[in-house]
Design a protein around this ligand. Structure first.
Ligand SMILES: [Ca+2]
Ligand SMILES: [Ca+2]
Ligand SMILES: [Ca+2]
Length: 139
């Protein structure tokens, strides 16, 4: 390893130390920005419900690795859906979240993330504590 690499490593380490000290993860913020960019199909800098629903529908396949058309508890847990949330998201109680139920779950989280009543979730809202559950589903 040459001197330059060592310096880069040191800078990287101190950056991540600073991030953890402030309790603020640069990595998480970057990921949220990526989520916003990916979901914001009309590029107006925020996510509306239509964009969130479309992203949810196209994301569903990724969350359903065994491809049986529904997310089971294990698959749900992998994306941070708690048992309690799972129960709420599964109104027909068949033990799995189908695509329609998933889109509804995303809509519910969208409503929670949308805090200034402008009907869209902007970067700040998405990065907030109330926006994180929505971001987690659209990653
Ligand atoms: Ca948008
Ligand atoms: Ca169900
Ligand atoms: Ca908003």
């Amino acid at each position: 390893m040459n001197r330059f690499n060592l310096m880069g490593l040191a800078v990287g380490l101190s950056l991540s130390a600073a991030a953890s000290l402030t309790g603020f993860s640069h990595v998480a913020l970057a990921a949220d920005t990526d989520v916003l960019k990916a979901v914001d199909s009309d590029h107006d800098g925020s996510i509306d419900l239509k964009e969130a629903s479309a992203a949810a529908a196209s994301h569903f396949a990724a969350l359903d690795p065994d491809g049986d058309g529904s997310i089971d508890k294990k698959e749900a847990a992998a994306v941070g859906i708690t048992d309690e949330e799972f129960a709420k998201a599964d109104p027909d109680k068949d033990g799995s979240i189908d695509k329609k139920e998933f889109v509804a779950l995303v809509a519910a989280r969208f409503a929670a993330a949308e805090q200034d009543n402008d009907k869209t979730v902007d970067a700040k809202e998405l990065a907030s504590a109330k926006g994180q559950p929505l971001a987690a589903l659209l990653k």
